[in-house]
Structure formats: structure tokens, C-alpha cells
Design a binder for this molecule. Structure first.
Ligand code: C5P
Length: 239
């Protein structure tokens, strides 16, 4: 059974304090089943904040983007398991040995996600760090490493969804940031799509930050995005 539209919407809580995060989570949990805690907030407020966000009733996506030697990553995944989070990210560019080490200690109930190429990066960024692949090929290559190592899903830009589905089929959940409702500001995102476009293209989950959290009325912005997802998932030609 497909999850509800609410269960497909992840709010990126990219704020600096516990008070802001809890206030946003309480406002937005009727519209979004997931709250994403990233490095900024986790560094400021730590594990206690993770527990507090769980208490709002939301599932927690801890976006730590782990990238280290295999042993360090595996021990960190074990520490995170104690926090009762439902999604956690590792960088697939850490390579197969690192990803396998993470997968080996991730329990059922924790969806381990691989980060491919950040949506703030483009082909110039890849060239800058010495990679000659274009973005799409690099995303598919990294997703292949993730699939081979038993990862549960990948984070990728909306433009890569088609290539990813061709490469790894339906076996991986696709989590898509860089979502911008029509007419909204792009900020630092370079590979963007509207919520409806991303769902139509085959995204399982959408990650939305500033278009909701920086809106004058976050609840209204979230409701509009939820309606856009709804209008799409209830059409039979949509995913
Ligand atoms: O505010 P905005 O909607 O751009 O937030 C997108 C969120 O998704 C941020 O928390 C960012 O760290 C995260 N993300 C991303 N691109 C990736 C992986 C994660 O933008 N490839």
C-alpha cells in the first residue's frame, strides 16, 4: 500500500535552536509525517532534541551524512539506533566497505539512506573535486554501490529519478530534496523540481525546507504542498 501524502513529506528543520525546531515541528506535524534534523541543529542541540521531536509524534530523519572510516561509521550508526530515529544518511562516496559496515549494524525499522550528489552541486563542482562524470552518471554509479551494499534508499535530485529507476528499479526508496513550488525562491539549490513534478517522476519522499520553514505562514505553505502531492497521488497515472 502506498503511504499517505502526509507520510511522504519530510520537513528539513534547518534552524539553530531547540525552541524554533519544536515550535516548527508542532506547527507542521499535522501536514508532514517526518522531521529532518541536520548537522546544524544536531550540533547545537544534540540527542535530547531528537527525543523531543519524536515526542511531537513525527518520525525523525537524522541527516548526519556520515562519511568516515568504516569502523567509525558503524559505531556511529549504533549510537544513533539508541535515539529511535527512522531514517539516517551516509555518503555513498565513502565507498562500498563503509556502506556495508553501516548496513550491517542498522536494525529493521531504520531506513539507511545513501547520499549521492548533493543537490547544491553541479558538473562544475564535480570537476572542481576531480570527478569527470556528469552529475547524473555519478548519481547512478553511487546508487549502484548503495544497492549492492543493501542500503534502503538514496537521496538524489529530482532530475536523476528516471535514471535511478532505470538503474536500480523499485528496490530503493528515492528521497528527493531541492523541491521548490512554482514561483518560489531557489536559494542555493541548483537542481530543483516542483512537488508535483517530483512525485510524478517517481519520488517516494520529498524533503522541503525553506519554502515551508521560511514562509510567513509555514502551516499554509505546508498545506499547499500537501495538496499538490495529494492532487498528484490520487491520479492513477501518478506514482
Ligand atoms: O531549504 P531546502 O528545501 O533547500 O532544504 C533541503 C534540505 O535537503 C537541506 O536540509 C539539505 O541539507 C538537504 N539535502 C539536499 N541535497 C541533498 C541531500 C540533502 O539539499 N542531496
Amino acid at each position: 500500500m502506498k503511504p499517505s501524502s502526509r507520510d511522504r513529506l519530510i520537513i528539513a528543520l534547518d534552524v539553530g535552536t531547540r525552541a524554533e525546531a519544536i515550535s516548527l515541528a508542532l506547527t507542521l506535524v499535522p501536514f508532514a509525517g517526518w522531521m529532518k534534523i541536520g548537522l546544524q541543529l544536531f550540533s547545537a542541540e544534540g540527542p535530547d532534541l531528537v527525543r523531543a521531536i519524536r515526542e511531537t509524534g513525527a518520525n525523525v530523519f537524522l541527516d548526519l551524512k556520515l562519511h568516515d572510516i568504516p569502523n567509525t561509521v558503524a559505531r556511529t550508526v549504533e549510537s544513533v539506533v539508541g535515539l529511535d530515529v527512522q531514517m539516517l544518511t551516509v555518503h555513498l562516496s565513502g565507498g562500498g566497505e563503509m556502506v556495508r559496515a553501516a548496513v550491517a549494524v542498522a536494525p529493521e525499522g531504520l531506513l539507511l539512506l545513501g547520499v549521492t550528489v548533493l543537490t547544491s552541486a553541479n558538473s562544475e563542482t564535480l570537476r572542481e573535486i576531480g570527478m569527470v562524470e556528469d552529475v547524473s552518471r555519478q548519481v547512478v554509479r553511487l546508487a549502484g554501490i548503495g544497492a549492492d551494499c543493501g542500503i534502503g534508499g538514496v537521496v538524489a535530485g529530482a532530475q536523476e529519478i528516471g535514471a535511478l529507476r532505470n538503474a536500480v528499479g523499485e528496490s530503493l526508496k528515492l528521497i528527493v530534496p531541492g523541491i521548490r513550488p512554482r514561483g518560489s525562491e531557489e536559494h542555493d539549490q541548483k537542481r530543483i523540481m516542483t512537488p508535483a513534478e517530483a512525485i510524478n517522476a517517481g519520488a517516494d519522499y520529498l524533503v522541503v525546507g525553506r519554502p515551508i520553514t521560511a514562509a510567513p505562514e509555514p502551516a499554509i505553505a505546508a498545506r499547499k504542498i500537501l495538496q499538490e502531492i495529494d492532487s498528484c497521488v490520487f491520479r492513477t497515472d501518478c506514482h
